[in-house]
Design a protein around this ligand. Structure first.
Ligand code: G5P
Ligand code: MG
Length: 227
């Protein structure tokens, strides 16, 4: 029985986790799970967890660990037979330990992007709230300025992408991520990629994964559900 492949992508806000994990999912056939998307889906559906999470996101804060676990648990339970790539979880040591006690990760990608680059990218980011489609006025602008390509509806800027919230979010990431990075380094599964452009980092990630991902990654090995 071929082994399943489980990976995590970490990085500060705007580091390209979403962009790169989409590419990985397409290229290697992994299922992409995004903690930020789960939260936004729950906010849109007005679930209890979503209502609570919104109060943190609006202030540029991390959602508490117990809320994150409650949101992600059902998704991971659905994924016991699939290889996956998790974008944005774990974000705290407690989350890393929870994940550790449920699954063995094969690989962790950490994106190391300069602070000034992150600031520029995020202040240029616009979102279509109904679908979660993300645009960047320089990197991937919409066809019509200020409008979603598919629906034509107006784009908005997240409150936590506005300059005043950004500095605090980026500083906070460094402090919280350090022990997680140390943990994965000690396990020998951490791979760090540095640079200012996603398109230049991507070939390195692509070749690393080409050597790691088994050709038959979708099998029926079990992952123990989170407690
Ligand atoms: P999210 O949704 O995980 P963030 O803030 O961590 O949000 P974000 O903003 O989604 O991360 P990203 O996915 O790392 O950034 O990056 P991206 O979206 O691919 O790229 C950012 C922008 O830059 C895009 O516009 C993209 O087009 C552009 N871009 C990419 N590459 C390049 C490039 O080479 N050049 C240029 N010019 N542009 C480029 O989480 C949201 C919130 O949910 C909560 C937190 O409150 C979080 O802030 N949350 C959690 N809380 C607790 N625990 C968890 N596990 C949580 N997960 C989420
Ligand atoms: Mg993202």
């Amino acid at each position: 029985m071929a082994k399943l492949f489980r990976a995590v992508i970490m990085g500060p806000p705007g580091s390209g986790k979403g962009t790169i994990s989409e590419r990985i999912a397409q290229r290697f056939g992994l299922t992409r799970l995004s903690s930020g998307d789960f939260i936004r889906e729950n906010i849109a559906a007005n679930t209890d967890a979503g209502v609570l999470a919104k109060t943190y996101i609006e202030r540029g804060l991390l959602v508490p660990d117990h809320v994150m676990t409650r949101l992600l648990l059902p998704r991971l339970e659905e994924m016991t037979r699939h290889s996956w790539l998790m974008d944005g979880f774990p974000r705290t040591l407690a989350q890393a330990e929870a994940l550790n006690s449920t699954c063995d990760l094969d690989l962790v990608i950490s994106l190391n992007i300069p602070y000034e680059t992150l600031k520029e990218r995020l202040s240029d980011r616009w979102i279509h709230p109904a679908s979660g489609r993300v645009y960047n006025m320089g990197f991937n602008p919409p066809h019509v300025q200020g409008r979603d390509d598919i629906s034509g509806e107006p784009l908005i800027q997240h409150d936590d992408d506005k300059p005043e919230a950004l500095v605090a979010r980026l500083r906070h990431y460094k402090d919280v991520a350090k022990p997680i990075i140390d943990l994965y380094k000690s396990k020998g599964i951490l791979h760090t990629f540095s640079g200012t452009e996603t398109d230049r980092i991507w070939p390195y990630i692509n070749s690393l994964l080409s050597t790691k991902i088994p050709s038959t990654s979708q099998t029926d090995t079990q992952c123990i559900p989170m407690p």
